[in-house]
Design a protein around this ligand. Structure first.
Ligand SMILES: [Mg+2]
Length: 425
């Protein structure tokens, strides 16, 4: 697609959860360390390089990991800290990089193509890495290359705590000797099939007839063929973080019926928590807003343990409503908003034995997906997105700099159940 060569940097914090745990408790350094749930069905979310020597890897059942290395130490208490450190790194990158993508809690792609005329991008990236390590105390590795795929592979090779530059034109030569399962996306099954086909290294793959790869793996085979030659056109997707998810409802007639208002509150909370799960996020704060017929608007918020479960959020929403509502007064508008959103708590959900509940919600959401999404407002943190007319502005006890847009949704009027009538947004 792009004729001019690109310059992409890929940054990845080394054994991120482990590094944060060691930062908070230096006595954990240098030992086999497992981050994850202690429970019977817990899973390894991350493990130290010392633990990896025992054949342990992330996503392995904790029980199995402890069989492989019985003297390993299991931790997982610093959950709130992971997103804090991730945010520090994100902020440093956002302040310096012209265009970047946050691929996960600890992984970033930077498109430096536009700046190569003014700076040496490799030197610039070395300095950025130093700045990140100085600010956080966390080890981070990076690679600079002409595309995302080569950069990601090279970062993994540079780990731990290293960096590398793959000059344009040398991609194929660089990749050639590496095992073929170093290509992102080549899972165990594909790898085994390739070994059976006599393909062991990326060079083997690049020298294999493309037609045969297509025959064996379909379109994916051609994709792999291109990748083996260092070709990848994926763009750096600009980072956009939803700061809040909200919905609100202006009733056609003012409402005083508390049963009706409760039902609406439940319905709206279900909407936003559904949307939260679709985004793979959890919320650490919930707010309820009430507007009276004279347009006086009040809202109240509370911080909560990170969650994306309807039942927990609904209980909090009801509590807030009862604290906020002046009994007997008619209500013109009702709103619910979730904020302090983070993806980190979902990743660390691996820690808990919540699989039954997760399965239940997944089943509910599958049905909702089938019958159309609700109309939901997501407010973001991009420059210029700050709507001065935001109606959630004056939250009591709230943090001041929340940026958000909200839009009123036309209500169901007579109180009919509007659940299925929402439209895509
Ligand atoms: Mg990492």
């Amino acid at each position: 697609m792009s004729a001019t060569p690109r310059t992409i940097a890929h940054f990845d914090l080394d054994a991120f959860f482990v590094s944060v745990e060691c930062l908070l408790n230096p006595s954990l350094k240098g030992i086999p360390l497992l981050v994850g749930g202690h429970s019977e069905r817990g899973v390894v979310a991350a493990c130290s390089y010392e633990a990896r020597k025992y054949g342990i890897h992330s996503a392995m059942p904790m029980k199995r990991a402890l069989q492989l290395c019985p003297h390993a130490t299991v931790v997982g208490n610093a959950r709130g800290e992971y997103s804090k450190y991730s945010r520090i790194v994100t902020d440093i990158i956002a302040a310096k990089a012209p265009l970047f993508e946050k691929a996960s809690i600890d992984e970033f792609y930077l498109d430096l193509s536009g700046m190569t005329r003014y700076f040496d991008p490799y030197q610039w990236t070395i300095e950025l890495r130093e700045q990140i390590m100085k600010a956080t105390g966390l080890p981070i590795s990076f690679a600079v290359a002409s595309n995302k795929m080569v950069a990601k592979i090279a970062t993994n090779e540079a780990k731990p705590n290293g960096y590398i530059h793959i000059p344009a034109g040398s991609e194929r030569e660089y990749l050639a000797p590496l095992p073929v399962n170093k290509i992102p996306g080549v899972g165990e099954q594909t790898y085994q099939t390739m070994l059976q086909m006599g393909i062991r290294t990326i060079r083997d793959l690049s020298e294999h007839p493309a037609a045969e790869l297509e025959h064996r793996f379909g379109k994916y085979g051609l994709d792999l063929y291109n990748k083996s030659r260092g070709i990848h056109e994926g763009e750096v997707v600009p980072y956009y973080e939803a700061k809040s998810i909200s919905t609100e409802n202006t009733f056609e007639e003012n409402k005083t019926d508390v049963d009706f208002l409760m039902a609406e509150l439940v319905r709206m909370t279900e909407r936003v928590s559904y949307e939260l799960r679709q985004d793979n996020k959890t919320a650490g704060c919930i707010a309820v807003k009430i507007r009276y017929p004279d347009f006086e608007t009040t809202s109240r918020q509370t911080t909560i343990p990170y969650t994306f479960y309807d039942d927990e959020l609904i209980a909090k929403a009801k509590e807030l409503f009862h604290k906020l509502y002046r009994k007997g007064e008619p209500i013109r508008l009702l709103g619910v908003r979730l904020s302090e959103l983070t993806g980190e708590a979902v990743q660390t959900n691996l820690f808990e034995d919540t699989s039954k509940k997760v399965q239940l919600y997944k089943a509910i959401d599958d049905v909702k997906n089938k019958y159309g999404k609700y109309s939901i407002v997501k407010a973001g943190g991009l420059e210029g997105d700050n709507d001065p007319g935001a109606t959630w502005g004056g939250i009591e006890g709230g943090k001041s700099e929340q940026r958000q847009r909200t839009r009123e949704e036309r209500g169901p009027g007579g109180g009919s159940e509007p659940g299925g009538r929402g439209k895509e947004e």
